[in-house]
Ligand binder design. Structure first.
Ligand code: NDP
Length: 340
């Protein structure tokens, strides 16, 4: 079994030295206890929160941090290869929280969902993204938190990420005017030509984000789907319309910082009566079945497209995770396991 282990808590920029690939030469007794499962992991998902959980435990972060010396957790797609749980059979395909490793021994399958659909149009890896946690996050974040109405203006940051590309497409399906930002020319072109955003810009090339947003939204922003934080949020606040809504999904620009960037324009929240709400996907898991049916149908009808950035093998995984924080990933970052 090969595993990715956190060497120590990370302070500042995530680097390869913070992670170690451990090969367990000693044959491990990978036999599940009663109620448990043994999984062969097929795809791993790299998400922004992985970096958050690599920092020292902090009550203001999500749940518990990883433990140095232990395997890093992540979302993934796996096959059950041994089961001592009545609801799971050998051969079942599942997605959920697993270890970053070739095989995971789970004492309980509480965090797993059985995969219902997979075929030529629904590759298994989609359950790390569009049909998994990021997909549900985009869906509930937009529909439940943003209270969108047809014709409204929507801005999505980190728009080429797993969540951003979906939020933009959900907003277009609702008849909104949608603009996204991303960090390369290639991503900006794809946002407009592949994902159907009305407009897009490269935030790395803009001198002044406030001016860029004013150019894209002369009539102001009704809805901001926040993936980035820091100076982007500050620039958005002054471009928001009265009674605008901001869904705070994540703050990826802040995860590698030792101190969060200040936001200076918070008073706009008052003057513009903006509603800003954070949310986390686990609170909405009851909506997964309805989400799944809808989005599978959208994919099959070609109403939604999706892009992944796939690397091969656990050895490539640490560098791929680091790349997420500089935008090296072009689409959802997935690791296909080769079990070598
Ligand atoms: P991805 O991992 O797919 O992509 C992240 C993208 O963010 C990168 O490709 C990069 O693209 C951009 N980015 C990275 N660093 C910065 C930076 N310093 N400034 C601006 N942009 C940056 O992202 P997801 O779509 O999976 O996640 C989006 C957000 O949602 C994250 O903040 C994540 O933590 C959060 N999240 C929240 C959940 C919840 O339940 N609330 C659940 C899952 C994710 P580029 O720079 O090229 O634009």
């Amino acid at each position: 079994n090969k595993q990715i282990v956190l060497k120590d808590y990370v302070v500042g920029n995530l680097k390869e030295i913070h992670m170690e690939i451990r090969s367990l030469d000693v044959p491990m007794m990978l036999i599940p206890e009663k109620g448990g499962l043994l999984l062969k992991n097929l795809y791993l998902s790299w998400d922004g929160y992985t970096r958050v959980l690599m920092s020292k435990p902090n009550p203001n972060n999500y749940g518990n941090s990883f433990v140095p010396g232990s395997v890093i957790d992540c979302y993934g797609v796996s096959q059950v290869i041994d089961s001592r749980h009545q609801d799971f059979q050998v051969g079942d395909l599942v997605w959920g929280i697993i270890g970053c490793e070739h095989f995971t021994l789970l004492p309980s399958p509480l965090d797993l969902t059985k995969i219902k659909y997979t075929d030529d149009s629904i590759p298994l890896s989609y359950y790390t993204g569009i049909l998994g946690m990021p997909g549900l996050t985009a869906y509930v974040g937009f529909h439940e938190i943003c209270s969108p109405k047809k014709g409204e203006t929507v801005y999505v940051s980190a728009a080429f990420g797993a969540i951003g590309q979906l939020v933009g497409q959900f907003a277009k399906l609702m008849g909104c005017y949608v603009v996204g930002s991303a960090g390369t020319k290639e991503k900006v072109e794809l946002l407009k030509n592949k994902f159907g955003f009305d407009d897009a810009f490269n935030y790395k090339e803009e001198q002044d984000l406030t001016v860029a947003l004013k150019r894209c939204f002369p009539e102001g922003i009704d809805i901001y789907f926040e993936n980035v934080g820091g100076r982007m949020l500050d620039a958005v606040l002054v471009n928001m319309n009265v009674h605008g809504r901001i869904a705070v999904c994540g703050l990826i620009s802040q995860y590698n910082l030792t101190e969060h960037d200040g936001v200076h324009n918070l008073f706009c929240m008052v003057t513009k009566r903006i509603r800003m709400q954070g949310f986390i996907e686990p609170d909405y898991q009851h909506m997964y079945p309805q989400f799944l049916e809808l989005v599978v149908q959208y994919i099959r009808e070609g109403k939604i497209v999706y892009m992944e950035d796939m690397v091969e093998g656990l050895e490539e995984a640490p560098s791929a995770l680091i790349g997420v924080f500089s935008g090296r990933n072009v689409g959802k970052q997935v690791v296909r396991m080769n079990h070598n």
